[in-house]
Design a protein around this ligand. Sequence first.
Ligand code: SF4
Ligand code: SF4
Length: 168
Amino acid sequence: MHRREVHPGRWAVLEFDPQRRFRCVEECTWCCHHGVMLYERDVFELADHDDLSAATEQIGGQSFVEREPKDRETHVAEDGCACRYLRDDGLCTLQLSGETDWKPVRCRVFPLAVERDGEVLRVSLREEAEDHCEGLDVGDPIDDHLADLLPAALWDLDDPDTHRELDL
Ligand code: SF4
Ligand code: SF4
């Protein structure tokens, strides 16, 4: 266990080796093939970028970025679909638009998993990331860029848990 003050007054307990390295590999795009759940604050921010009725879908009472069929063979899941913002070249339209590199919180957190434990967040590596994330063991130690991967907004959420059960 490794305790870190990720932002002033915001603590996390890391349940993995913080010397594991990570850097998103643009040509991978695996985590953009699947539905991205949106927190309420993401929905408000997304409204500045897109028409929410077209950009989101409701699953189990929670908002997700719409997946859509893509007319291409790369950067798609087995069903030929991916996040609506995933471009042909593997980059994220949302992140490239505007003056900031904003994207939904969950997109920023991957490949980490988050669980609230009182005021502290418990952070682990997602099991599926070990199998699919090409950026693991590439780049700098995760310890060196925790604040980028774990936005301060996570600590303000009532339920930031990554493995949230959907009420289907
Ligand atoms: S799975 Fe990992 S390397 Fe691939 S796009 Fe997502 S964060 Fe980047
Ligand atoms: S919003 Fe951008 S970063 Fe998030 S899943 Fe879609 S394409 Fe990927």
